[in-house]
Design a protein around this ligand. Structure first.
Ligand code: DMJ
Length: 647
């Protein structure tokens, strides 16, 4: 823009007319706003961004209101003497709900006081405990970095236990009377001991075992915190491997140093460590697990500091800085990652007596509920800045999978009171059926992937969890659809079994196709590997529990035999590179999910249903059992709601 000096205009006016000055100022302020706004689009690593936006950059824009939190936390207020599911949970006012209602009259001033008081209460509580060295280290961090996350942990474990229909009764628990099934269960237990012993001998404290080279693997996804140990705690415990469990517990107590500042996937940390520690606490009542998970939960909160409150994929656990995966298009966040926090975060709120965790995940839920969905489907990539979809790729396998799983499990874990989760789940399933579910020429039902309206006729091993997902939700959909859902679940599980039985090793490939003449087989070399994944066996376990069709136990046993024959090596279990090869080549990795999921689901498959009954427990996506919500009359103080705003 060119400014002309006008006759008769003073120097102080810089020779500009009033209207020109106005336009100039407008231009300047526009420029400043533009530059500031551009900072949000810079990667977090850019120094300029850190200087200008540091911690205050992106206070999450919380979509959820206090009502949403309240609604979500609503529990079945039941006489604890009654069995879950017999007394109606709905329409009654729970203790927690009452407490939350009190909260609505709390002024902002009081909220601030409460935050401070919460911090002090936490410190008092921490100080009054006898602590191990490592515990006190962690707790100091909590006190100094307290963001108001942890307040009063008045969770009453004994009362909680009374809520369980089938409390855990030790080593004999779930023992099948049928000798063959018992023998199979013992075999799975032996596999777990073998996997564990080798991990302990060669990779103790590392994330995973490399069984061929007999050393440890750290990896960059899970922090540097002995992932296999935390992932195994509950499996060892339910199998009655008590010496091994005690070793694992001792390591967590003395060596799980949550102060280490590694970079890690928020999703992986949540499903493996938060899930693993929560389960260990709920199963055993060991307060140490609760203390650890409270510290860890708080370290995850900064990941939500984005303009929408949708967390990014990777977090530095020391600084709290977070960023998106380099491979995620346009700095987007991944549906299966930010959509797989709900179960664990609700329990973090439950144990800490602080609503902030629930608030974070309700915010995500609210955004996903509101946003327009192509054909009712949820694409896999979403911008944490704008809250819009970035690409229209939809999949029930990788990138999307556990988001759907967590919708139905949120409903089940809420003791069937979380109506919003229920509605979202069944609408999503309807859209999936309308757009993705296909029948192959050979009559196999599968879930294709969807790219902007075009179907890719491929199904990943990861998508095979969906047989289990559909069957656990079969009962709560529309009554006329019950049989249909049971059939759909059985058909998907059958297809996944076919992907195993059509290979030379009787183990399934990473992805299999239904085009170019293929029927449940991998056509690309790069899809032929098997890395000890659990999803197919997971569906067998749920199908067995809900139908008692003996074929699911037989299919599970086929998998055991194949694992023994092809994946067991001298020092542990290893994935294989090509399931179609007669002579296998091992990948030298014993994944931590093999101990937490694959072997646990097999053990449950060969146990009676009263070992972790589905009425009492919901398994997180890493197979860590979390209890179904139950009002056991805890004394609950008001939840601290720190951010309430609308997108
Ligand atoms: C596990 O870590 C979890 O099941 C996750 O949801 C996706 N897949 C792996 C195992 O395959």
């Amino acid at each position: 823009m060119v400014f002309r000096k006008l006759p008769g205009v003073s120097a102080s006016g810089m020779g500009l007319r009033l209207s020109q000055k106005f336009v100039f100022l407008l231009f300047l302020s526009g420029l400043v706003t533009l530059c500031f706004g551009a900072l949000f689009f810079l990667p977090d690593s850019v120094r300029l961004k850190r200087i200008f936006l540091s911690k205050t950059e992106s206070q999450p824009v919380t979509v959820g209101s206090e009502n949403d939190v309240r609604e979500h936390l609503k529990k079945g207020a039941k006489d604890p003497e009654h069995l879950r599911g017999i007394t109606s949970a709905k329409g009654e006012t729970s203790t927690k709900l009452k407490a939350l209602s009190r909260k609505s009259s709390v002024t902002n001033e009081a909220k601030t006081d409460k935050k401070v008081a919460g911090g002090e209460a936490l410190e008092d509580m921490m100080l009054s405990r006898s602590k191990t060295d490592s515990a006190s280290k962690d707790e100091k961090v909590t006190s100094s970095s307290n963001q108001g996350a942890n307040t009063d942990t008045s969770f009453d474990y004994n009362k909680f236990q009374k809520c369980l229909l089938k409390p855990h009764l030790g080593i004999e628990h779930g023992k099948p009377s049928d000798p063959q099934t018992l023998q199979r269960r013992e075999k799975v237990k032996e596999m777990m001991k073998f996997a564990w012993d080798n991990y302990k001998s060669f990779a103790w404290g590392r994330n995973e075992l490399r069984p061929l080279t007999r050393n440890g693997h750290i990896g960059n996804m899970f922090g540097e915190w002995g992932a296999s140990i935390v992932d195994s705690l509950d499996t060892l415990y339910i199998m009655g491997l008590m010496d091994e469990y005690n070793d694992a517990k001792e390591w967590v107590e003395t060596s799980l140093d949550l102060n280490s500042n590694g970079e890690a996937s928020l999703f992986e940390v949540n499903i493996r460590y938060v899930g693993g520690l929560l389960s260990a606490y709920y199963l055993t009542g060991e307060e140490m697990f609760k203390r650890k998970v409270m510290v860890l939960g708080e370290k995850l909160l900064p990941a939500f500091n984005t303009p929408t409150g949708i967390p990014r994929g990777v977090i530095n656990l020391g600084s709290g800085t977070s960023w998106s995966w380099g491979w995620a298009s346009a700095g987007s966040s991944i549906l299966a990652e930010f959509g797989t926090l709900h179960l664990e975060f609700v329990h973090l709120s439950e144990l800490s007596n602080n609503g902030i965790y629930t608030e974070k995940v309700m915010n995500i839920r609210k955004l996903l509920n509101k946003i327009e969905k192509p054909h009712g489907l949820y694409p896999n990539f979403l911008s944490p800045v704008s809250g819009n979809w970035v690409q229209h790729h939809v999949s029930i396998g990788g990138l999307g999978d556990s988001f759907y799983e967590y919708l139905i499990k949120s409903y089940l874990m809420s003791d069937k009171t979380d109506e919003e989760a229920k509605k979202m789940y069944y609408s999503a399933l309807e859209a999936i059926e309308a757009n993705l579910v296909q029948k192959s020429p050979g009559g196999l039902t599968y879930m294709a992937e969807w790219r902007g309206g075009i179907l890719d006729h491929k199904m990943g091993h990861l998508a095979c969890f969906s047989g289990g997902m559909v069957v656990i939700g079969a009962d709560d959909g529309a009554p006329e659809k019950r049989q249909h859902y049971l059939d759909l679940a059985a058909e998907i599980t059958h297809t996944c079994h076919e992907s195993y039985s059509r290979s030379a090793t009787k183990l399934g490939p990473e992805a299999f196709r239904f085009d170019g003449g293929a029927e449940a087989t991998a056509t690309r070399l790069s899809d032929r590997y098997y890395i000890l994944r659990p999803e197919v066996i997971e569906s067998y376990m749920y199908m067995w529990r809900l139908t008692h069709d003996p074929k699911y136990r037989e299919w599970g046993w086929e998998a055991v035999e194949a694992l023994e024959q092809h994946c067991r090596v001298e020092a542990g279990f290893s994935g294989i590179r090509d399931v179609y090869a007669q002579t296998v080549s091992h990948d030298n990795m014993q994944q931590s999910f093999f101990l937490s999921e694959t072997l646990k689901y097999l053990y449950l498959l060969f146990s009676d249903d009263d070992l972790l009954p589905l009425e009492d427990w919901v398994f997180n996506t890493e197979a860590h059992p979390l209890p179904v919500s139950c009002d056991f009359n805890t004394t609950v103080s008001p939840v601290t709601v720190t951010q309430v705003s609308v997108l």
